[in-house]
Ligand binder design. Structure first.
Ligand code: FES
Length: 89
């Protein structure tokens, strides 16, 4: 987790990740889709989280950017209200 991250959403998103492929998941909460890094973190000290999965299947990606199991959802989003979106985690 990055201490300059902002809450992109207070719900996770199911995303199919392919086995063996490298993904860079947005950790700053500023990318356009909130899921994949698009370089928007450059205004912060955040860096994306590289992930490679072993199985091709849907994964619940953390969009509150505060999961202890980032980039995967651990339920932490339940502590954020709609009014927390766009604010610091
Ligand atoms: S855009 Fe968020 S980590 Fe790169």
């Amino acid at each position: 987790m990055c201490n300059e991250a902002i809450v992109f959403s207070n719900k996770p998103e199911g995303v199919v990740l392919e086995a063996g492929r490298e993904y860079y998941i947005c950790a700053c909460g500023r990318s356009k889709d909130g899921i994949f890094c698009d370089g928007s973190h450059k205004v912060t000290s955040c860096v994306p989280k590289k992930v490679v999965v072993e199985k091709t299947k849907p994964y619940l990606i953390c969009l509150c950017k505060a999961s202890k199991n980032f980039p995967f959802c651990d339920g932490t989003h339940s502590q954020y209200a709609d009014t927390d979106i766009g604010k610091g985690v």
